[in-house]
Ligand binder design. Structure first.
Ligand SMILES: NC(=O)NC(NC(N)=O)C(=O)[O-]
Ligand SMILES: [Zn+2]
Ligand SMILES: [Zn+2]
Length: 450
């Protein structure tokens, strides 16, 4: 008797770690159980994917859904819906800008309760590291955080204090012992705050003034210093949203001499330039800022060299009122968690011939491997049945009303993409199809195997 599976996706172009192949894939009890040119068994549900590509569902390693506490900016419900619309099946939520921040077990559990109720897709949580919670790292580790996040400079949120040098050194010593990675937002606090104060005092608040206050050296200097602490302590270090090719070079050199350091970049550093930001205005303000076209070209070179470990969205929305004003003064953060995969297909695959298997690694596999999340991130036997079905040649122009974010604002509204996500499947269940969320929240908590 032939087998009866929960789901078979037939004749799609599967984007597997070793390349793209036309095959059937079967899911039973949430996991991938068979991959073959033609699967003979039957299934409760069959999807004909002929003509389409089947990617592993994406995991976004860096989002700010701001829930609980700043739900007027975004929520776990709206953020996770947006993620699914972009082919996402999981995210790791930052310890800020929720309120209270995730700095101890109590507030971890508060957030967990919201996600258990509201998250469409699977979720992991970052814990924070600040001068105030060096004694809470162990309890956060026990809660199941994926890693710890710290800011070298002002975080934008007064409750989430910046990590001074003492906290960096002692924090990394502690995390090395616990076996957890530290991700750092690297910008030199003294230079950025002095230049910002000076600019404000002189009423210089334009986009170019903002760029000048956050110049490339502020990132490069701080990356190099964080690497020194990691080298000294043996702590696993991940540089957050690296924006300059020179900082990436420092990471690669350190890794080559044996330091456990890697870096994440964000779609917008590969896709937008400083001139775009000037044209678009505050909707495209983030920190570190988006750099010039020359740097961007080098960043693509770094991607081709395999120097980025994973690509996230750094989805950091806010109430639109906080984007209204002089560039230097408004909230820094870009809404982007719905468009990462389509952006990389458009600007990576179609424009620059980045192999699809590399895009799958950067958006799904590597991030789960770095954080030791078992059974997620690739199309392989035993892994979760997580897929993004993509019409690779379908073009669409993003409209504000297509966005599932709480606030329909993003620098990508009006942009034309090539590569449309037509269906997203989480552990064998369709959660998004043809422009609509089609499931209630079914996300579950992802804990690392540390
Ligand atoms: N408080 C934030 O959300 N900050 C974020 N803001 C950005 N990237 O502009 C970040 O990740 O640094
Ligand atoms: Zn940051
Ligand atoms: Zn962020």
């Amino acid at each position: 008797m032939s087998k009866r599976y929960d789901l078979i996706i037939r004749q799609g172009m599967l984007v597997c770690p070793d390349g793209v192949k036309k095959a059937d894939v079967a899911v039973d009890d949430e996991r991938i159980v068979e991959i073959a040119e033609e699967i003979s068994g039957e299934a409760k549900e069959t999807i004909d994917a002929s003509g389409n590509y089947v990617f592993p569902g994406a995991t976004d390693g860096h989002v700010h859904f701001n829930d609980p506490g700043r739900t007027e900016w975004e929520t776990i419900a709206t953020g996770s819906n947006a993620l699914a619309a972009g082919g996402g099946v999981a995210y790791f939520d930052m310890p800020l800008n929720c309120n209270p921040c995730t700095l101890d077990a109590k507030n971890f559990n508060n957030k967990l309760a919201v996600a258990q109720r509201d998250s469409l897709v699977d979720y992991g949580f970052w814990g924070g590291l600040t001068p105030k919670n060096l004694d809470k790292l162990e309890e956060l580790a026990e809660c199941g955080v994926v890693g710890f996040k710290a800011f070298s400079c002002f975080s934008g949120i007064t409750e989430f204090e910046r990590m001074d040098d003492y906290t960096a050194l002692v924090g990394m010593e502690k995390l090395a012992k616990l076996g957890y990675p530290l991700m750092v937002h690297c910008e030199n606090a003294e230079i950025v705050s002095a230049l910002t104060a000076q600019a404000l005092a002189n009423n210089k608040t334009t986009v170019r003034d903002y760029f000048a206050a956050h110049s490339p050296i502020t990132e490069i200097e701080n990356v190099s210093r964080m690497i020194s602490y990691a080298e000294e302590t043996g702590c696993k270090l991940i540089i957050a949203h690296v924006s300059t090719a020179r900082a990436v070079e420092l990471v690669t050199q350190a890794r080559n001499r044996g330091v456990d350091v890697s870096c994440e970049t964000i779609g917008h550093y590969l896709i937008l330039t400083d001139d775009d930001v000037e044209r678009m205005g505050t909707v495209a303000k983030c920190s570190p800022p988006i750099r010039d076209a020359q740097n961007q070209t080098k960043m693509w070179g770094k991607l081709f060299n395999g120097e980025f470990t994973f690509i996230s969205s750094d989805h950091s929305p806010c109430d639109p009122k906080l984007k209204d004003g002089e560039f230097l003064k408004v909230w820094g953060g870009i809404s982007a968690c719905q468009t990462t995969l389509s952006s990389l297909l458009t600007h990576g695959y179609h424009e620059r011939k980045v192999p699809l298997a590399d895009i799958a690694k950067l958006t799904a596999q590597n991030v789960n491997e770095v954080f030791k999340i078992p059974g997620k991130g690739k199309i392989a036997l035993g892994f979760d049945g997580d897929f993004a079905l993509v019409d690779l040649n379908q073009e669409f122009t993003l409209q504000a009303e297509d966005l599932f974010y709480k606030h329909k604002a993003s620098p990508y509204v009006g942009s034309t993409f090539r590569g449309n996500i037509i269906q997203t499947i989480l552990r064998g269940k369709t959660i998004f199809k043809d422009g609509k969320v089609v499931s209630k929240p079914i996300g579950k908590h992802l804990r690392p195997l540390v």
